[in-house]
Design a protein around this ligand. Sequence first.
Ligand code: TYD
Length: 212
Amino acid sequence: MSAGRFITLEGIEGAGKSTVALALRAELEGRGLDVLLTREPGGTPLAESLRELLLRKGGEVLNPAAETLLMFAARAVHLDNAIRPALASGRWVICDRYTDASYAYQGGGRAVSTALIDQLAAAVHADLWPDRTLLLDLPVSTGLERAKSRPGAPDRFESEQRSFFERVRAAYLQRAAREPQRIRIIDGQGSAAAVVAAALAAIADLLPAAAR
Ligand code: TYD
């Protein structure tokens, strides 16, 4: 059995993560790998309940610190009940968002201190960072237009101002610049086929030789 790998997808709203996640799963399964496709916040029943609370609009004030704590609570549950067991049994994990999203959205978007996020990340998963993170990058205006054309009412994050997403994007790009080996920037403006091809190329070195 070859070792499972942990791949995460990141980007602003409308970047195309879900499309790439599904296509990557199909590509990896086509190469004989066992894949868990999951998402954050969420990925297990309890963590999906926390997601509900985080994305719901209206109701009580949820301040940036509380939002951050709930994101990490959901992450801890998700890690224990889905991600760690999958990796331990040799499965590949493709996760739509992970801790880089907390640095981008809570840190960049909401100005939560990096020190707090560092502490929470260390407490929840000091030992477990993704083997590779694909940052699907595109201009905020393009992402928001795409997101707007989706069915359903905008959630608590989707309802934010454009300036919020500019800060989120900038925080993502800053992290990618600091960790170029792990975080690969992929141009999210190309065709779906081009983005998927770039995503596959960005994880090719992680594939077992027989699956390349
Ligand atoms: P996502 O499922 O990617 O939403 P969508 O598919 O509608 O783009 O993520 C839900 C929201 O959660 C998204 O707006 C970003 C936010 N989020 C954070 O703010 N911090 C985090 O740590 C994570 C994982 C997500």
